[in-house]
Design a protein around this ligand. Structure first.
Ligand code: GLN
Length: 496
């Protein structure tokens, strides 16, 4: 029998309904699997056995009364959470020494929504420190390995969330995406990975990086599982004034196919410097498959998209600088003891608590927002943001969905990219979507011809039409098949 982490949501729920196993079996089996396989991968920072077994007991009681169907779209399904999401009683470290002793006094709405939908909470997942990065190498607690090749990064910043699903430890995890942190690790690990439109999922209780850019979404191996997870996650939350009401059933049109849909191709993206031949070939192949399935391919221009990276590395650090000011060793965070005055306590605590990339972002944001400099960078970056948003609006007058690469290349080796600005290019195709606020997702389309590693294509939809991209993703899934667990971890193997 497949491990629970290899099953889809429907397969788990069918097994529960048929009493082939109980929810308690699912919880226990999942922790055994993590104990056996996660030593090599290092995706989980903490596991939550008691919470999961309590949740499982509630599901099993409902099954005994014949009420499984009422328990929600994630009933009995193991779910892991990126470690920037609060869950009462767990550590929420953001993979930073700054928060290594922080215990959540409350639960983030996105996490709460999965629990209300019947999920079994399995634990907290490794990430780049405060979500700054594209490789999970900046975690203060050591990197996560890519289950497809343990010498390589899983992508980032939600690398733990991606690796846990790719290794078949759990079927669903949550990540967050400010510039690409769900989609890029999704591509590196060969998963379905969705960044919904800004406002679809509440950000309350998710430690903020760039508040106007951050959005939570699921990692899964099937498109239907992603849609079911979104059904649980989406909706208005009184505690996040940017969240929107949502009465969409994200599974509703998955089987409709793409005949008659118009799908945009961005020629400038396909010619972008740094895009590897194998990724380019996969995107072209996916476009061709969609055309064969009856979609019409239309070339669209996003004339300001090439400025997205520059705008992001102004806006992102400015927002991060403001958000991270609360980690001051008094209100929150690590406190270096023994200082006579508060100034030196702040300085020492923040220096020791934050790693190099976090310090770089904080210094950049502080500089960019200072008097005289603000007008030169922050203000123009906001103007660029408006132009990029308008580009997407005009593109969507012609098409229902846009197809692009996710990342310029497949997963790289640990230490291979040492220069921060080169690392920033990992998100060259994903960042403009956070700037504009609409939804984007990564869909696996097999292995690259040169590296033999997973490649994802990105589907981008108009704001609050996330259903469009899921529909196209489901069509691609009929061609490429459901994303497999990484071979070294399939059928319960532990990747040795
Ligand atoms: N890699 C990008 C960065 O380092 C995006 C991170 C993210 O989406 N959280 O900022």
């Amino acid at each position: 029998m497949a491990t629970f982490g290899e099953m889809s949501i429907r397969e788990i729920q069918r097994g529960l309904a048929a009493k082939e196993f109980s929810a308690a079996d699912v919880a226990r089996g999942t922790f055994e699997r993590i104990a056996a396989a996660d030593e090599t991968v290092h995706s989980f920072l903490e596991t939550t056995e008691t919470l999961a077994l309590d949740a499982a007991a509630r599901i099993d009681a409902a099954i005994a009364e014949g009420r499984l169907a009422e328990m929600g779209p994630l009933a009995g399904v193991p779910v892991g959470y990126k470690d920037n999401m609060n869950l009462t009683g767990t550590h929420t470290t953001c993979s930073s020494n700054m928060l290594k002793n922080y215990v959540s006094p409350y639960t983030a709405t996105c996490v709460e929504n999965t629990l209300r939908a019947g999920a079994l909470p399995i634990g907290k997942l490794n990430m780049d420190e405060f979500a700054f990065g594209s490789s999970t190498e900046t975690s203060a607690f050591g990197p996560t390995r890519n289950p497809w090749d343990l010498e390589r990064v899983p992508g980032g910043s939600s690398g733990g969330s991606a690796a846990a699903v790719a290794a078949g430890l759990v079927p669903v995890t949550l990540g967050s995406d400010t510039g690409g942190s769900i989609r890029q690790p999704g591509s590196f690990c060969g998963l379905v990975a969705v960044k919904p439109t800004y406002g679809v999922v509440s950000r309350y209780g998710v430690v903020a990086f760039g508040s106007s850019l951050d959005q939570v979404g699921p990692f899964t191996r099937t498109v239907e599982d992603a849609a079911l997870a979104l059904n649980a996650l989406a909706g208005r939350d009184e505690l996040d004034c940017t969240s929107q009401p949502c009465d969409v059933d994200f599974t509703a049109n998955l089987a409709e196919g793409v005949a008659g849909m118009k799908i945009g191709i961005v020629p400038a993206f396909m010619e972008a410097q740094g895009l590897t031949a194998e990724v380019k070939a996969k995107v072209a192949e996916a476009a061709d498959q969609l055309r064969k399935l009856g979609a019409e391919l239309v070339e669209v221009e996003l004339p300001h998209a090439q400025a997205a990276m520059s705008a992001y590395y102004v806006l992102g650090p400015c927002e991060a600088f403001s958000n991270l000011a609360r980690f001051d060793s008094v209100r929150y965070g690590y406190c270096d003891p023994g200082h006579k005055d508060l100034g030196s306590q702040y300085e020492a605590s923040r220096h020791e608590g934050f790693g190099p990339e976090a310090r770089r972002r904080i210094m950049l944001g502080s500089y960019l927002l200072s008097a005289g400099v603000y007008d030169k960078y922050y203000y123009p970056a906001q103007q660029v943001r408006t132009l990029i948003t308008q580009d997407y609006t005009s593109a969507y007058e012609q098409v229902d969905c846009i197809l692009t690469p996710v990342a310029p290349r497949t997963a790289f080796k640990f230490g291979e990219i040492g220069d921060p600005t080169e690392m920033y290019l990992s998100d060259m195709f994903t960042i403009s979507i956070n700037i504009a606020g609409n939804g984007g997702m990564s869909v696996p389309v097999g292995l690259g011809a040169d590296t033999n590693l997973p490649v994802g294509v990105q589907l981008i939809a108009p704001a609050f039409k996330d259903k469009n991209m899921l529909r196209v993703a489901a069509a691609l899934e009929t061609v490429y098949g459901v994303a497999p667990v990484a071979p070294a971890f399939a059928d319960g193997k532990v990747g040795a």
